[in-house]
Design a protein around this ligand. Structure first.
Ligand SMILES: [Zn+2]
Length: 306
């Protein structure tokens, strides 16, 4: 387990290093790997991309270490999820950086969630329900249609920050969107057997993925977002699944899979680890491979041929 995690972390890190061009113009600091990968797709050699978290770290909570603060100080553009995903560490990082231009609301602070329709936005914030997802579900990257929307907005932002290269960004955007639309058509056809499938999730990490695929979430293992389920809570979930069965239980690569594995053992449904972002497993080397692999893993759990 440890060896595997270490290997995967190395894969992620080498991706970031290899993706860094020699003659970088714009320094981009991405909060999560998917946005680092998207910036690389959209800007290629025009950017020097650094990523604050790996796919095996919980993006809700990391430490704003001095090395990260230094990277924030040097950044020309910050690309984060927003929707309070990073509320546990980004405000501290921004404050410690002391840099005005990357503060929230500034052009150099790009929040991807501002450009998509958010799911699960609470009508009122009840602290007793946990406040992790108070701005709606922040895990927008699990729907590739959202990636297209964010790509469009990020291109505009790159053009705003780096006007000298506006034409190059436009050209790269057209190329990316063309390839992405082709991939969307391919994934849509391939994922057809998943439509209408009932699943359980360990964390509410895949609401956008389910919305895209027409998958129905019938149970969530965490009692509140970010709270590890107790055995008695898992027993309740197990009882609910007897009434409303699920075909599989899904968890993200950064999570400890034990609750899902408990359910696999006791409910007899496969526990499926999904990469969740670029670098979440060996196959998910870029955004295209991320969705290929996600769909493949779910189809494999259904017993369908890849
Ligand atoms: Zn979450």
């Amino acid at each position: 387990m440890k060896t595997h995690k270490f290997f995967a972390a190395c894969v992620t890190m080498s991706f970031v290093v290899l993706a860094t061009p020699a003659h970088a113009a714009l320094r981009v600091l991405a909060c999560e790997p998917e946005w680092g990968a998207l910036a690389q797709e959209l800007a290629g050699p025009l950017v020097d991309v650094s990523v604050a978290t790996t796919a095996l770290q919980d993006p809700h909570q990391i430490q704003a270490r001095p090395s990260l603060i230094a990277r924030a100080r040097n950044a020309d553009l910050l690309v984060c999820t927003g929707a309070e995903l990073e509320v546990g560490w980004l405000p501290v990082l921004l404050q410690q950086s002391g840099i005005a231009k990357i503060q929230a609301g500034q052009p150099a602070h790009f929040a991807a969630a501002d450009f998509v329709h958010k799911l699960e936005v609470p009508t009122q914030v009840d602290r007793s329900l946990g406040d992790v997802h108070a701005a709606g579900n922040p895990h927008i990257q699990t729907d590739p249609r959202n990636i297209a929307l964010v790509a469009h907005a990020l291109t505009a932002r790159l053009q705003q920050i780096d006007g000298a290269n506006a034409a190059a960004y436009a050209q790269r955007a057209t190329d990316f969107q063309q390839r992405w639309q082709q991939a969307l058509t391919r994934w849509h056809a391939k994922a057809a057997p998943l439509r209408g499938t009932a699943v359980a999730s360990q964390h509410k990490a895949f609401s956008y993925l389910y919305d895209w695929l027409g998958v129905k979430e019938v149970a969530v293992l965490e009692p509140k977002p970010g709270v590890e389920p107790s055995v008695s809570h898992l027993q309740q979930v197990l009882a609910s699944l007897k009434v409303q069965p699920a075909r599989m239980v899904l968890y993200a690569a950064y999570q400890d899979g034990r609750p899902s594995e408990w359910l696999q053992k006791n409910a007899g449904v496969p526990a499926v680890k999904l990469p969740f972002t670029v670098g979440g497993d060996d196959a998910s080397k870029d955004l295209f491979a991320l969705f290929d692999d996600t769909v493949d893993r779910m189809l494999a759990a259904m017993g369908s041929v890849k």
